[in-house]
Ligand binder design. Structure first.
Ligand SMILES: [Zn+2]
Length: 454
């Protein structure tokens, strides 16, 4: 009985805390006879017109480069049409397109067509993509041989000057050879075989954000076409009454006919060295002086690293290609051991890594950290401002006290009921015990009484 009582009391007191927690070549190509008609000598000068063939790269199943919603074959035909339209505003020129629609032509077919119209020059229009989406800028590819090299280089100089004027970064005028030691690009190789000078124009890179603003609208592609036409007009000293322009006095870059093949640069930059000019421990800015040179193709880009070459910055433009030495300032994160390296790239995208320089770690607050701290302070201030004046605070504490007061009252009532229950159990158990005790005494008296009788 006493055990039941203790268990009941223990249960009661333990329970309380828990209650609170993406073919039409034969039909569309201009007939050769048509070409011959257009090449009739000019009535006034008696001179035959200059014949230019524009080759919009790719077509048909050959899409060319694709990036986002842009497809190279569509872009090149837009540029080509605009180029033809603009060039036809000049006197003394006959212009042809290798394709006027979405035809798919082989490189040899394009060159055969240029030969069929007695082309003086062929201009191949393209847009570029790079393997790692890192390269940006415009470039021209020319034949590595003889007169085709000198004429190609001379025209490309005009073209590149205009593209740079537009804001594009120049990746240069280059040659490329295949393993057999002849022109790598088929269109240049086949036109060179037919004695037609040819320049492959890579207007810009589709996959690099630096170049995106130059092609992201059809109007800009038309501008490329007009620019290409202007380059041709300058190169051939053309005049246009319609446009009111006269390039008859334009002086082209004189390029000697090379006696030997003009081989591409296949070696990395000759030298790339760095030295630290300044380290600002207050803001993490490190000024680096770079001295690099490539005596074949010149310097083109550089990248920098502060973690010993584990990660590099995006490609940066070489500030002045006529200079081998320049300074730049890089941002180095705080609380790391800066290990500075610069990679210098030449005109053929080959690089040489610089010496590595280790600097003392810098303990400064980054702009993000300062901004986070400022935001936290502002949040704290706005909280303290939104808290009501002292009088109300008193009322809030009073309310809290009231809530706290109500709880003990409920507790004491529960407590009272529990105590009553325990007492009732206690009384009941006492009564039952008394009944058993008294019943036992009576039985013993009767037994004694019977024994006496016996
Ligand atoms: Zn292309």
């Amino acid at each position: 009985m006493l055990c039941i009582l203790i268990i009941c009391l223990l249960f009661f007191f333990m329970k309380e805390p828990y209650m609170q927690n993406f073919n039409v070549y034969a039909q569309e190509l201009p007939a050769e006879s048509a070409a011959a008609d257009e090449q009739e000598p000019d009535m006034e000068t008696g001179q035959k017109p200059i014949v230019v063939v524009i080759d919009p790269g790719h077509g048909g199943e050959n899409l060319g480069g694709e990036f986002q919603d842009y497809t190279e074959k569509e872009m090149t035909i837009t540029v080509a049409r605009a180029m033809k339209e603009e060039l036809e505003k000049y006197e003394g020129i006959a212009v042809y397109l290798t394709r006027t629609g979405d035809e798919e032509l082989s490189l040899d077919e394009r060159c055969a067509y240029a030969e069929s119209v007695n082309a003086d020059f062929m201009f191949c229009l393209h847009f570029n993509l790079s393997e790692h989406h890192t390269l940006f800028g415009a470039e021209c590819w020319v034949s590595a041989f003889g007169e085709n090299y000198s004429k190609g280089y001379s025209f490309a100089s005009v073209e590149m000057e205009l593209l740079q004027g537009l804001g594009l970064y120049s990746r240069g005028i280059k040659t490329r050879l295949n393993d057999a030691g002849i022109d790598y690009y088929g269109i240049i190789r086949h036109s060179t075989e037919r004695g037609i000078p040819c320049v492959l124009i890579e207007h810009c890179h589709l996959d690099q954000e630096n170049d995106q603003p130059f092609y992201d609208h059809d109007e800009k592609l038309i501008e490329f076409g007009k620019l290409d036409a202007t380059a041709v007009a300058k190169y051939f000293n053309l005049r246009s009454e319609e446009l009111g322009t006269d390039y008859s006095d334009y002086r082209n870059v004189s390029v000697d006919v090379p006696a030997h093949v003009v081989a591409p640069d296949e070696t990395e930059p000759d030298v790339c060295m760095i030295e630290i000019i300044d380290q600002n421990v207050q803001n993490g800015e490190v000024t680096v002086q770079v001295s690099a040179a490539d005596y074949d193709s010149g310097m083109l880009y550089y990248t920098y690293s502060y973690d010993n070459g584990e990660t590099f910055s995006e490609l940066q433009k070489w500030p002045d290609k006529s200079q081998d030495t320049f300074r730049f300032t890089m941002q180095v994160p705080p609380r790391i051991l800066p290990r500075i390296i610069v990679n210098g790239y030449n005109g053929y995208d080959l690089y040489t890594a610089s010496n590595m320089i280790t600097l003392p770690s810098m303990d400064y607050k980054t702009e993000e950290e300062i901004a986070t701290e400022l935001a936290r302070k502002e949040a704290q201030e706005s909280v303290s401002q939104s808290v009501t004046p002292k009088k109300d605070y008193t009322e809030i504490t009073y309310d809290k006290n009231e809530t706290k007061k109500a709880a003990p009252e409920q507790m004491s009532f529960t407590y009272f009921l529990a105590v009553c229950g325990v007492c009732a159990l206690l009384v009941l158990s006492m009564v039952v015990s008394m009944v058993f005790i008294l019943g036992g005494r009576r039985k013993r008296r009767r037994r004694r009484h019977r024994k006496r009788k016996d």
